[in-house]
Design a binder for this molecule. Structure first.
Ligand SMILES: NC(=O)c1ccc[n+]([C@@H]2O[C@H](COP(=O)([O-])OP(=O)(O)OC[C@H]3O[C@@H](n4cnc5c(N)ncnc54)[C@H](O)[C@@H]3O)[C@@H](O)[C@H]2O)c1
Length: 373
């Protein structure tokens, strides 16, 4: 395992914001396995139960509580820990709560990102500093829907009608502005900061208990022995296992560290199945893997509009980073269901999570993917 990602992470101080959340917990585990000194900065876990608490990763890392809306706290954090790599995931990550509380959504996702970038700017005001790679996580929803039949590329226009999508598109503009103004690639030898942003779609995996998401709703219904209510069974989404975009973030972070400004730009990470998989296909496969269960068709909810899914093109990551997804959607679901079965049986979820990371890495190695070797 230590060999993956060019062995960049062993012994490095890596800051993960949003480490108590679903993706952040998986990332903290992976970095810990890779031998990094992981510092987490987040609010409390966003759900109860949470993967963060169930797997006990907080005991293996430096687990700090704080709010990205607090600019001073972020400055102190960076000055105290002097991270060499930062993964910024802290966010209000859901569309419907974004409609209900736009202020918190914009303050967390846009202003919170600016606070982090500004804390980094302040950390460069003293002459002695080592290289810093920053990977900011946004979403595939940052693209303005121009009704294109093909997948959106990194240089397509940003937009986003609902507050969540707009808050992340605004974060993208702030990232570009800080890169152009303070961390310009042409002046890398002076500031030594390489900042990239990443856009990925709907992820699935063990340990997600968030509301308004298909897989958590599905697993909760199956574990309770109740039928799952589906409002839009034919809706398709670009489902991918959580370890897919995380492998992209980690490989990008490693490339930024090794090659500096060459990779300091925006990157899409998408699934193998580019047309998307329908909700009905997902749910029927999950029921088969679980061994029992049923679903029923409910009236569509018309109060809040979910952003229309925009297809995303990840050719750039494939060509320039040598990245590609590892799992089919069926393998992604098998790993997800197996994690929740272990949860229901009361197994050691720390071990289960690490085993899933090792299995994914071994599959990447079988595919001769550069990040896995
Ligand atoms: N899960 C997905 O399908 C998906 C898809 C695309 C993009 N993303 C992005 O990935 C990132 C992680 O998403 P997730 O699904 O793990 O979300 P999550 O809700 O599980 O985790 C969010 C994390 O952010 C922290 N957080 C929230 N507000 C904060 C604040 N004000 N200050 C500090 N920390 C705060 C929470 O404590 C938690 O640790 C987000 O940036 C999200 O927009 C997720």
């Amino acid at each position: 395992m230590h060999r993956s990602f060019g062995q960049i992470y062993a012994g490095k101080t890596v800051l993960v914001t949003g480490h108590t959340g679903f993706k952040g917990t998986w990332l903290a585990h992976w970095l810990h396995v890779l031998g990094a000194r992981v510092v987490g900065f987040s609010l409390e876990p966003p759900t109860a139960p949470s993967m963060f608490a169930l797997t006990g990763i907080g005991k293996q890392i430096e687990d700090e509580r704080g709010d990205v809306q607090d600019a001073a706290a972020l400055r102190t954090l960076i000055a105290t820990h002097q991270p060499q790599v930062i993964f910024h995931l802290a966010a209000q990550p859901l569309v419907i709560p974004g409609y209900e509380d736009p202020l918190t959504t914009f303050n967390t996702n846009t202003t919170g990102t600016i606070h982090l970038l500004d804390a980094i700017r302040h950390s460069r005001l003293t002459p002695q500093h080592s290289a810093l790679s920053v990977v900011c996580i946004t979403t595939d929803k940052v693209y303005e829907n121009q009704e294109m039949p093909w997948g959106y590329r990194e240089n397509d226009r940003l937009g986003g009608a609902d507050p969540y999508s707009a808050s992340k598109a605004m974060a993208e503009l702030a990232i570009t502005s800080y890169r152009q103004s303070y961390f310009h690639p042409d002046k890398y030898t002076h500031h030594k900061v390489a900042i990239a942003s990443t856009r990925a779609g709907n992820v699935i995996g063990g340990g997600d208990f968030a509301p308004y998401r298909l897989l958590p709703d599905c697993m909760k219904a199956l574990m309770a022995g109740e039928p799952l209510g589906l409002r839009n069974p034919e809706a398709t989404r670009p489902w991918q296992h959580v370890l897919e975009p995380l492998s992209g973030y980690l490989w990008l972070g490693a490339q930024l560290f090794t090659n500096g400004p060459r990779f300091a730009e925006a990157w899409n990470f998408g699934p193998q199945e580019r047309r998307g998989i329908s909700t009905r296909q997902i749910v029927e496969k999950v029921i088969e893997l679980w061994g029992s269960g049923a679903w029923e068709h409910l009236e569509p909810d018309v109060i809040w509009k979910e952003t229309h899914w925009l297809a995303m093109n990840w050719d750039k990551a494939a060509r320039l980073l040598g990245w590609q997804p590892v799992y089919t959607w069926e393998q992604a679901l098998a790993e997800t269901v197996s994690w929740f079965k272990a949860y229901q049986q009361g197994d050691d979820l720390y071990q289960v999570t690490v085993e899933q990371i090792k299995r994914y890495t071994a599959c990447g190695r079988d595919l001769h993917l550069s990040w896995a070797n």
